[in-house]
Every structure is written in C-alpha cells, then in structure tokens.
Design a protein around this ligand. Structure first.
Ligand code: GUN
Ligand code: FE
Length: 532
C-alpha cells in the first residue's frame, strides 16, 4: 500500500451525542492502512508544507468528505430472494421463501457465482464490515469467506447450525456432523482467509489486545434456538470456552410466534435469552440480531454478559416483527449496532438501516404519545445517571425521551456497529492508530451552482439578469450537463453547510454517492473508485 493523505472535511462519531466535523483536516494513512495522524485546520495551500514537515512528501494527496459504515447482520445467500414473500411473518417466510433459497447453496458452483455478486454488492453499497450468515453448508460457507478475503471485505462469516426443526431438504443430518463441520469451517477460515494487519508505526503494542487482526474471521452461527438441539448449543458453548476470541451470532426474540415456539422447547427456563445463556453463549463477542420482544430482565442479562445487539429495523417492518426498544437498550448501556438483515430487510447497505431505524424510533414516539394508556415518561433526573455504550454518563432515561438523533443514528451505524462486532479498537471512527475504513462521499452540486449563476457571480440583480435567465430557462444551452450518474435525489448547493449535506447524504444518499470504499486503507470498491 502507498502512503496516502486525505485533505478535506472528515465526519465521524465520537459518542451517541457527538458527531465531529473536522474541517480542513489532513489525515495520513500509512503503508499498513492505519491512520498515522489527523491534523486539524490545515488550509489547502498548506497541505504540501505540512506533509513535508511530517516526512510525508511522497504521499498521494486526496481531497474529500466522508464517514464509515458497518452492517452487523446480513444473510449472504438471501440476496437472491430479496423482496420475495411480503405476505409472510417470520416462521412461514423461513419455510416458504428462505430455506428453499438457501438449500440451493449445496451446489458449490452456484455458491461461488452467487457469492461473487453478493460481496460485490455488499462492498459497493458501502459496507466496510459485515457480520455475514452463510448457509448450513460448510463448503459453500468457506467459499463466501474466501470471496470476502479476496475482495478485501472486512467480515465475520459464519456457517449456520441447523440440526432440528428444519425441512428435510435443508437440515443437518446429525449433531455430530453439525459440530464437526463447524470445527472444520473455523479452522479453514483461520488458515486460508488470514490477512493480519501489518506492523504500523502508528500503533504501540500496548494499545492493542491480543485479538486476531485478520480482516475475515469465522463466527459461530447457530441459526436460532429453534433450529439447534441442546447438544448442538452445548457443543458450540464448549468451543467458545476453549477459545475466547471465537465470536458467535444468532437470532433472538424477533417475532411473537418464534418466541412462543422457542419457549416451548425450554420449559422451566425463564426466557429466550436465558436459554442461550444456559449454554454459555452470551459473552462480549456475541451478536444478537433483532431483539424485538425482550423484557427488562432479558436486556439486563444481555448487559451483564456484555453482548451486543444488531437492530434490523427494515426487516422488522417487512416481516411485521415489531419495533425494538433501541432507546431503552442505550439507556441500559448495551452495545447496539445496525443490520440490514437482507433479505428480511429489503435494501442493501447500512444507509437504509439508518433510515428504517429512524422511522422505527419515531413510530415508538408517536405510539407513546397517542396511546391513551401510556403514562407520561418521567423526566430524566440529573441525580440518577447512567453510562451509555459509548462510555458517556447521562441522566437515566435520557434516550427514551425522544426519537433517535442524527448523531445517535450515525454512531449506531459506525462506532456502535464496531462495538457489537468487537472491532472498535480497530475501526469505527478516525482516531490515530485505527485502521482506515471509510467512505469517500461525493455529491453533485446543482447545475446552476456549479455553473455559477449570473446573479450570484455578477452581483447586481435586475431586469437584464432576469431576461438572461429567462432565455436560458426557455432555450437551455447554459445549463452544464453532469457527466456522471449521481443520485438525482441528492442535490446540494455549493454554499450548503457540510452538516446539512451530511444529513442529506444519510437520509437521501445511495450507492451513487459512494465514490470510493476503503477498508484498511485499500480502495475495495465504489462508484468512482480512486486508483489503488
Ligand atoms: N431467524 C432464523 N433465521 C432467520 C433468517 O434467516 N432471517 C431472519 N430475519 N430471522 C431468522
Ligand atoms: Fe436474520
């Protein structure tokens, strides 16, 4: 990798309530892909001088604006059945739509072809880190991990365990096979999809834990309690006991019928969450998807185990699962990130997860407001404080008072996701020593602004100007054509404050605005990717 310096406006999350906009920032990415320095307030004409002082005269300079996005819950094989089965709720949708689509991945050639497209789309929709579910097939899941590895996608990739309550055509034949194939899969990914972070001048050894640094890592993936026998969950718990760096992902309390079914399998166990805990599956590197129907006790248990939650709001609307208690989770200090849950969710990329999460949180607000039975929320008391997942202390009940702010949403999509995936010491924002995972966001200014309208440039507005503009409006000719396919919804003007442009990008932007996608300093995709 060549040293690169980025100059321009950086946007990153510092906490749930603090989005930092660094204007005229100069950020250096070293040969390892690690952020070596971030200098603030460097004017354009001083960039070369500053790089000289740092001994970075040879670095390539890129001018920009950006962010970074992590998807904590995606199903690779389900890209193919995106949008199918709008009429179903979860359990019927799994039976009718999802399991038949996943069964096809028994064919490894089909898996290869499809996963090439899946990873390509994942990257180009701006996902820098993905927690991915494969299928129950360990060979096809190896292929998914291998494609991520080759493309430079940061990912946790899992092979599903499904040794009960699954259709005969899509079920594992025995618990022993399920566990043995999982062991084989984990060993394969660690050996063959290993891209450790090279030594970097910006990292002192004391700053990093001993956790593995490979971009692609295996993750245990018992699909959910319904599809795994006690012996299977016990076996996975044993694997975790032997290896503190082995993460796990699963689904929890997504839908009322699912919760009822799961509880019928564990008579005498206090809750769905407690069932997972019985097998020691809840710990710091556990990712729990959905978590829509959880009691306070269950949230407290998740907090006590330091597990993370992936909110999949788009999916929760489509499958009519409900709205998760995100603000309560934040008030309890639980780690929270966002997931698309493709194909439970209908759109690729974390931007759509941000929007759906925002809508869900507004929905909760108007339900609280309009429900005759709801008592008004007690105002947060400054004497009674709580620490959020971002480590910041706030009055208890702070987040439950209103819908999620832009800063909170951006945090959940970046640093929050990194916390849930346990990579927050490596990525999530632009602190020195972190690896450079980022999106170079490009918006096209409106044609009139790009052109410099005569009123703006000429100063004097009057009849002459009006005649000129009217003629241009009637006859055309003066309007500069935009050569590239920018997202037409995202029209910005040159004098628009960067904070407004950023808000517009989060709520109306799409993959056409993602010029380059960087993981560990490398350009791995984008609509107009910078050369490597
Ligand atoms: N629960 C178990 N499997 C699945 C799945 O594939 N998608 C969703 N949304 N929920 C699940
Ligand atoms: Fe899911």
């Amino acid at each position: 990798l060549r040293r690169r310096a980025f100059h321009g406006t950086l946007v990153h999350a510092l906490s749930l309530t603090d989005t930092e906009y660094l204007h005229d920032a100069l950020l250096g990415v070293d040969e390892a892909g690690v952020i070596a320095f971030v200098d603030k307030g460097v004017s354009s004409d001083k960039v070369e001088e500053r790089l000289d002082e740092r001994g970075w005269a040879q670095a390539q300079v890129v001018r920009l604006a950006k962010g970074e996005l992590i998807d904590t819950h995606v199903h690779g094989p389900q890209f193919v059945n995106l949008s199918y089965g709008q009429e179903f709720e979860l359990l019927d949708w799994l039976d009718q739509v999802t399991f038949p689509a996943e069964a096809k991945f028994k064919d490894v050639a089909y898996a290869r072809r499809t996963y090439e497209d899946v990873v390509d789309r994942l990257i180009n929709s701006g996902t820098t880190t993905a927690c991915l579910y494969g299928t129950l097939h360990h060979q096809s899941s190896k292929i998914l991990a291998a494609v991520c590895h080759r493309r430079g996608q940061r990912a946790f990739v899992g092979k599903c365990n499904m040794d009960r309550n699954s259709p005969p055509s899509y079920s594992e034949s025995s618990t022993e096979r399920s566990l043995a194939n999982t062991e084989d899969y984990v060993a394969f990914v660690r050996e063959h999809c290993n891209s450790p972070c090279p030594p970097s001048s910006a990292i002192t050894s004391s700053k990093r834990s001993s956790a593995p640094t490979s971009l692609v890592q295996p993750i245990l993936t018992p699909r959910f309690a319904i599809s795994c026998t006690d012996e299977c969950l016990q076996g996975l718990g044993d694997m975790m006991d032997r290896d503190e760096h082995l993460p796990l992902q699963t689904h929890l309390a997504e839908n009322p019928s699912e919760v009822e079914f799961a509880m019928s399998l564990y008579p005498g166990v206090a809750s769905y969450t407690a069932a997972y805990d019985r097998f020691r599956l809840l710990r710091h590197n556990t990712v729990l998807a959905h978590c829509v129907h959880l009691s306070d006790d269950e949230l407290d248990l998740i907090k006590a185990r330091n597990s993370g939650i992936s909110i999949c709001a788009d999916s929760n609307f489509n499958l009519r699962s409900g709205t998760a208690r995100v603000t309560d989770m934040l008030d309890k200090g639980i780690k929270v990130g966002l997931g698309t849950d493709v194909s439970g969710g209908l759109s690729l990329g974390i931007l759509s997860a941000i929007r759906a999460t925002s809508t869900a949180s507004k929905t909760i607000c108007f339900h609280k407001r309009d429900s005759p039975s709801s008592s008004p929320l007690p105002a947060p008391s400054p004497d009674d404080s709580a620490v959020g997942p971002d480590g910041v202390s706030r009055p208890a009940g702070f987040f439950a008072q209103k819908h999620l702010s832009l800063s909170a949403l951006f945090y959940l999509a970046t640093l929050g996701g990194a916390q849930v995936a346990n990579v927050d010491e490596r990525v999530g924002n632009f602190l020195v020593g972190k690896e450079f995972d980022a999106l170079l966001v490009q918006t096209a200014p409106s044609s009139s602004m790009a052109n410099g309208s005569s009123a703006a440039s000429g100063g004097a507005a009057g009849e002459d100007v009006f005649e000129d503009e009217l003629r241009a409006a009637l006859e055309g000719g003066e309007v500069k054509q935009r050569g590239e396919a920018f997202n037409p919804a995202l029209l910005t003007s040159e004098d628009e404050a960067i904070e407004r442009v950023f808000e517009k990008f989060l709520f109306s932007g799409d993959d056409r605005n993602l010029g380059s996608v960087f993981v560990r300093g490398r350009v791995i995709g984008g609509a107009r990717p910078l050369s490597a």
